[in-house]
Design a binder for this molecule. Structure first.
Ligand code: ATP
Ligand code: MG
Length: 568
C-alpha cells in the first residue's frame, strides 16, 4: 500500500477503536474481511475491504481474510480465487492470514455441545413453518417450543445423531435457549444448526449439519481473536445475539461488533442476488463484464485501484444508509487518469482530409508529448502524411460563430503538428454528405504559431490515414436507465440501459498496436480508454471506454468535488 492509503482517517469506528485502545481493552487491533464465496466482490465489498484493511494498517494491526463459507449453496472455488485476486488488485495484503469458516466446523460443533451441556441449547423437532409460527411477531411474544425442555442427555444424543446423518434434512434443528418473549425477535431461541445434505465445495460430504451465520460468525471472530468485527447495518438487531454467544462461550477478551451503512450507488445494483441474476440470465457477459459494479468488472473496464480507494475514502463511513452518486466514482477515476494516463490520438468518426500542398509519399514523424503537463512522461512519435483522418464532428459546413473547429474559410491547428486551412469539400454523390476535405498546410507552423500573428480557430486531433490502425472501441455507459433500479417498482432487469454498450471502429495512432492489455490512455478530446484484457489482439486492438472526459460531478458541485462526498 502507498503512504497515502494509511494516512490516518477519522470516523465513528476509528473513534471506538481509539477509546478501546485507551481503555487498554486490546494490545493490538485485529479486523477481518469475511466474504461469502458465492459471488464476485463488488464496489460495496471494496468499501468494506478498504475499511478493514485500512484500519489494520492505520493501527499497525492485522486484517484477516476469512471465507465465510458456512452455507454450501452457491459457494465455489472460483469465487474463493476471484475474491483473493480482487483484494490483491485493490492493493491490500492479508499477509498469509487466509482462513475458512469451514475449517472451524469441529470447533463450532464443540461450542454447540457446550451450550447443550449447560442447558443453553436444545434440539427442536418443529419444522420451519412451526418455528416461524411459534416465534411471535414484533408486537406479540413467541411461545416456547414443546421440545425446549428436553434433557441434556437427550439433546446430546440427538445432536450427535444429527451429525451422524441419522435424520432427514430439515427434520430437526438445534436452537439456543434464550427468551421467546424477548422484544428482539432475533433472541427468541434462534436456530444455530440445521441438517443439510448438499455437499460443500471444499470439504465435500464431511458434514451434514451446518452452523447458522449468527452462531458461526461471532465464534469465528473469537477463534481468530478479532477485536473489532465490522459489518453492515442490517446486523444491528443481531448484535445482542452476537454478544450472547460470545459471553456464553468465550473467556478473556471478546470481539466487538460495529455496524456501518452499506454502500449503494446510483445507476447500478449491489446486491449479490441481483448480480447473480444478471450473470445467470446472461444480461451481461459475466461477472467481469465492464459494466458490472464488480471489482473484476471495474478492473476490466479500466478503473484504477487508486481511484477506487480514493472513492471509498471520500464517501467515508456513515451510520445511515445512503445512495452515492455514481458520478463521484467516475470523477475519482478521471482525476486519477488525468494524472497518470498517457495521451494518444484516435479518431472515432473519421472524415478524410487531403493536404494538397503536402508532398505525396512524404512521411514526417511528429514528436508528441505523452502528457501536456508532465514532460517526465516523455514523448512518442506519430506519423504525419498527406492524407489524414479527423473527427467528423470537427468540421461544419455552416458553423456557428462560437465553433472552435474547421469550416469554410477557417484555419485550425492539428495537434502536435501544423496549421491547416480549408480549401474545398467533396460530397458523396449518393447521400450528399461531405465525404472528404481538401486543405493546405502552412509549413512554417510545425509546433509554432503562425509568424504573422494570425489566429487559428482551435486545435483538433488527427491520424494519418495510411498509418492509423483500425481498432474496436467498446463505448460503455451506465448499466441502468434509472438512478435507483433496486428501489424501483417492478422487475429491475426491465430497467437495464439498452445503450450501455455500443461498439464502433476507431482509427488509432499506430503505436497503440503494441499497447499492453489493461494499459490506459486518454484519447485526446474523447475520453479515457483501456486495452481490453481478454479480447484485444495486436492485429486488432480492442479498447474499452473507461469514462468520457465530461465530468458531471465536478460540474454539479463546482469547487466542492474534493470535499463533499455523499449525496443522499
Ligand atoms: P449480499 O447481501 O449482497 O448478498 P453480503 O453483503 O452478504 O451480500 P458478503 O460476502 O457476506 O456479502 O459480504 C462480505 C462483507 O462485505 C460483509 O462484511 C458485508 O458487510 C460487506 N458488504 C457487502 N456489501 C456491502 C456494501 N454494499 N457496502 C459495504 N459493505 C458491504
Ligand atoms: Mg453475507
Amino acid at each position: 500500500m502507498t503512504e497515502q492509503d494509511v494516512s490516518p482517517q477519522s470516523d465513528f469506528i476509528r473513534e471506538i477503536i481509539d477509546n478501546d485502545l485507551k481503555a487498554r481493552k486490546h494490545d493490538a487491533v485485529a479486523t477481518r474481511f469475511p466474504p461469502e464465496p458465492n459471488g464476485y466482490l463488488h464496489i460495496g465489498h471494496a468499501k468494506s475491504v478498504c475499511l478493514n484493511f485500512g484500519i489494520a494498517a492505520q493501527y499497525k494491526g492485522t486484517c484477516n481474510l476469512r471465507m465465510d463459507d458456512t452455507d454450501p449453496a452457491g459457494e465455489s472455488l472460483e469465487f474463493v480465487e476471484s475474491i483473493q485476486n480482487d483484494i490483491r488488485w485493490l492493493g491490500f495484503d492479508w499477509q498469509g492470514r487466509l482462513f475458512f469458516a469451514s475449517d472451524y466446523f469441529e470447533a463450532l460443533y464443540q461450542f454447540a455441545v457446550t451450550l447443550i451441556r449447560r442447558g443453553k441449547a436444545y434440539v427442536c423437532d418443529l419444522n420451519a413453518d412451526e418455528i416461524r409460527a411459534y416465534r411471535g411477531t414484533l408486537t406479540e411474544p413467541g411461545k416456547n417450543s414443546p421440545y425446549r425442555d428436553r434433557s441434556v442427555e437427550e439433546n446430546l444424543d440427538l445432536f450427535a445423531r444429527m451429525r451422524a446423518g441419522e435424520f432427514e434434512d430439515g427434520s430437526r434443528v438445534v436452537r439456543a435457549k434464550i427468551d421467546m418473549a424477548s422484544p428482539n425477535v432475533t433472541m427468541r431461541d434462534p436456530v444455530i444448526y440445521r441438517i443439510k445434505r448438499s455437499g460443500h465445495y471444499r470439504i465435500g460430504d464431511k458434514w451434514v449439519i451446518y452452523p447458522m451465520y449468527d452462531f458461526a460468525h461471532c465464534l469465528s471472530d473469537s477463534i481468530e481473536k478479532i477485536t473489532h468485527s465490522i459489518c453492515t447495518l442490517e446486523f444491528e438487531n443481531n448484535r445482542p445475539l452476537y454478544d450472547w454467544f460470545v459471553n456464553e462461550l468465550i473467556e478473556g477478551p471478546k470481539p466487538r461488533q460495529i455496524e456501518f451503512a452499506r454502500l449503494n450507488i446510483t445507476y447500478t445494483v449491489l446486491s449479490k442476488r441481483r448480480l447473480i441474476e444478471l450473470v445467470e440470465g446472461r444480461l451481461v457477459s459475466g461477472w467481469d463484464d465492464p459494466r458490472m459494479p464488480t471489482v473484476a468488472g471495474m478492473r476490466r473496464r479500466g478503473y484504477t485501484p487508486r481511484a477506487i480507494r480514493e472513492f471509498c475514502s471520500r464517501i467515508g463511513v456513515a451510520k445511515k444508509d445512503n445512495l452515492v452518486d455514481i458520478a463521484l466514482l467516475e470523477h475519482c477515476v478521471r482525476e486519477d487518469l488525468n494524472e497518470t494516463a498517457p495521451r494518444a490520438m484516435a479518431v472515432l468518426k473519421p472524415l478524410k482530409i487531403i493536404i494538397d500542398n503536402y508532398p505525396e509519399g512524404q512521411v514526417e514523424e511528429m514528436e508528441c508529448p505523452n502528457h501536456p503537463q508532465k514532460p517526465e512522461m516523455g514523448t512518442r512519435s506519430v506519423p504525419f502524411s498527406r492524407v489524414l483522418y479527423i473527427e467528423n464532428d470537427d468540421f461544419m459546413e455552416n458553423p456557428p460563430k462560437k465553433y472552435k473547429r474547421l469550416g469554410p474559410g477557417r484555419e485550425v491547428r492539428l495537434r502536435n503538428s501544423y496549421v491547416i486551412r480549408f480549401v474545398s469539400l467533396v460530397r458523396d454523390e449518393a447521400t450528399g454528405e461531405v465525404s472528404e476535405l481538401h486543405c493546405t498546410y502552412d509549413p512554417e507552423t510545425k509546433n509554432a504559431p503562425p509568424s504573422d500573428g494570425r489566429k487559428v480557430e482551435g486545435v483538433i486531433h488527427w491520424v494519418s490515414a495510411a498509418h492509423a490502425i483500425p481498432a474496436t472501441v467498446r463505448l460503455y455507459d451506465r448499466l441502468f436507465r434509472v438512478p435507483d433500479p433496486a428501489g424501483a417498482e417492478g422487475e429491475f432487469t426491465s430497467l437495464l440501459n439498452p445503450g450501455s454498450l455500443e461498439t464502433a471502429t476507431a482509427y488509432v495512432e499506430p503505436g497503440l498496436a503494441a499497447a499492453r492489455p489493461e494499459s490506459r490512455f486518454q484519447f485526446e478530446r474523447i475520453g479515457y480508454f483501456c486495452v481490453e484484457m481478454r479480447d484485444s489482439l495486436p492485429e486488432r486492438p480492442v479498447f474499452n471506454r473507461i469514462v468520457s472526459l465530461r465530468d458531471s460531478w465536478a460540474k454539479m458541485a463546482p469547487g466542492t468535488a474534493g470535499k463533499q462526498g455523499v449525496r443522499s
